[in-house]
Design a protein around this ligand. Structure first.
Ligand SMILES: [Zn+2]
Ligand SMILES: [Zn+2]
Length: 136
């Protein structure tokens, strides 16, 4: 999977998601404004390309809609399965969760960075940091 960035373009204010090409250039597909000259993979998380914030958190790039559907389906079957349907559903859910890669999110502008090597220092979401870095 090639690295991709999703966020709101600082120039046209449109949401976009774009892959980083071989030259590491990042541009908004809509206004084609070059946000950054180059996006060196080892420096991506020094400062956010969108807002210059240096605080990021990691989270599972997990499509929770899929997980919800499975659990809901299992819940519907409960009267016939005496609740046993919830066990495989939980397993599938867990399996999907385990298989899902981490992505990195900027605390301030909520841009999402997928497919990069995530430095060890970037940890799970922290409410204190979120409040500190929330765009005012
Ligand atoms: Zn744009
Ligand atoms: Zn940002």
């Amino acid at each position: 999977m090639s690295p991709s960035v999703a966020g709101t373009c600082p120039h046209c204010r449109e949401l976009f998601r774009t892959e980083i090409d071989a030259s590491h250039r990042l541009a908004c597909p809509r206004c084609e404004h070059e946000i950054l000259e180059t996006l060196a993979p080892e420096r991506v998380f020094e400062a956010c390309v969108m807002c210059d914030c240096d605080a990021f958190y990691r989270q599972k790039d997990f499509n929770s809609a899929i997980g919800c559907c499975i659990v809901l389906f299992a819940a519907v079957l409960v009267p016939w399965t005496y609740g046993l349907s919830l066990i495989p559903a939980a397993l599938v859910d867990w399996f999907l969760y385990r298989r899902t890669a981490d992505m990195v999110v900027c605390y301030r502008c909520r841009s999402q960075f997928r497919g990069f090597d995530i430095p060890q220092r970037i940890v799970d979401f922290d409410h204190y940091l979120a409040e500190k870095h929330e765009a005012s």
